[in-house]
Ligand binder design. Structure first.
Ligand code: NDP
Length: 296
């Protein structure tokens, strides 16, 4: 393997350490404890795992964690009432409604009912608009984690050619906005892109957020490029279930200058950035200086 491994697990631990330090300072100097509320509707097993993990890590960095678990047949009106109550609760600085929601609910309506300044997932339409116009916003956690790792590795990203594969609202589009904000020349590729290999071969930075196991082979990667693999795909190999990314790690690592593994790359950064966003939201709510290096 020629590439430098970008260790997301270690980086996430560092971010959590910075968050914990800031939380301790907020308590000591201002008597404030940041609070994160997570709302889970229904029994989706993957969502339950995420919510448990978020709650545990929130407590570990010294913040208050509040969980609202609602039955799958909860009405949309009742969910909106819970969000409204959290919007009005001054001890809560971040609100996250775990997606996906049951089919009878309108996800856009629910997300847009969260107070934008408490929207630590960065999915509220106001935050999307603020990010798109280069203003201070809450930034979606997964792309924020990718940006932090890229900045840490490269210092400045200015003038680099970046290709983001995937145009979802939660990863691809905000990722492209963040890279543009750091003065990259950005291409967003998707399922209709013509000659994707050629597009990817031009990139100094490749962010793959597709959801197709190992679809980006090493020979698409420009020599020395930095590869950020957002994909999380479960496959069966040699009779075992394995997690792989959207990039064929073995061949890409032969050509890339740096690469994130799956697991242990982008994944751990997502919750770390959720905690970072919560402490940022808490500082903004109280008119205090934001922690450096934890926002875009
Ligand atoms: P979506 O399914 O919402 O979006 C996938 C994107 O990939 C779409 O824009 C789609 O294009 C594009 N695409 C699909 N097939 C191709 C193809 N053959 N060539 C080029 N582009 C293609 O996925 P998400 O953005 O939500 O997630 C992407 C991946 O990231 C998933 O594996 C997911 O599990 C993972 N993920 C990981 C997170 C983490 O914490 N590490 C967090 C969030 C997601 P089109 O729009 O044209 O259909």
């Amino acid at each position: 393997m020629a590439a430098t491994l970008i260790d997301g697990k270690a980086f996430a631990a560092k971010v959590r350490g910075q968050v914990a330090e800031h939380v301790a300072r907020l308590k000591e100097e201002n008597g404030i404890t940041p609070g994160l509320a997570v709302v889970l509707v229904g029994e989706d097993p993957a969502s339950q795992v995420y919510v448990r993990s978020k709650g545990k890590q929130t407590v570990e960095v010294g913040m208050n964690s509040v969980e609202h678990k609602l039955d799958a047949d909860t009405s949309e009106a009742d969910l909106l009432a819970v969000v409204e109550q959290l919007n009005n609760d001054p001890s809560i600085h971040g609100i996250l409604v775990q997606l996906p929601l049951p089919k009878h609910m309108n996800e856009d309506l629910v997300i847009n009912s969260i107070a934008p300044e408490k929207d630590v997932d960065g999915f509220h339409i106001s935050n999307v608009g603020l990010l798109g116009t280069g203003q201070k916003s809450m930034v979606p956690c997964t792309p924020l984690g990718c940006l932090m790792m890229l900045r840490d590795h490269h210092g400045s990203l200015s003038g680099m050619d970046a290709v983001v594969i995937g145009r979802s609202n939660i990863v691809g589009k905000p990722m492209a906005q963040l890279l543009l904000g750091d003065s990259c020349t950005v291409t967003i590729a998707h399922s209709r892109t013509k000659d994707l290999p050629d597009v990817v071969r031009r990139a100094d930075i490749v962010v793959a957020a597709v959801g197709r196991p190992e679809m980006v082979p090493g020979d698409w990667i420009k020599e020395g490029a930095t590869v950020i693999d957002v994909g999380i795909n479960r496959i069966e190999r040699d009779g075992k279930t394995k997690l792989v990314g959207d990039v064929d790690f073995a061949s890409a690592a032969e050509r890339a200058g740096a690469i994130t593994p799956v697991p242990g790359g982008v994944g751990p950064m997502t919750i770390a950035c959720l905690l970072a966003n919560t402490v940022t939201a808490c500082c903004r709510a109280n008119g205090l200086k934001e922690p450096e290096g934890l926002t875009a």
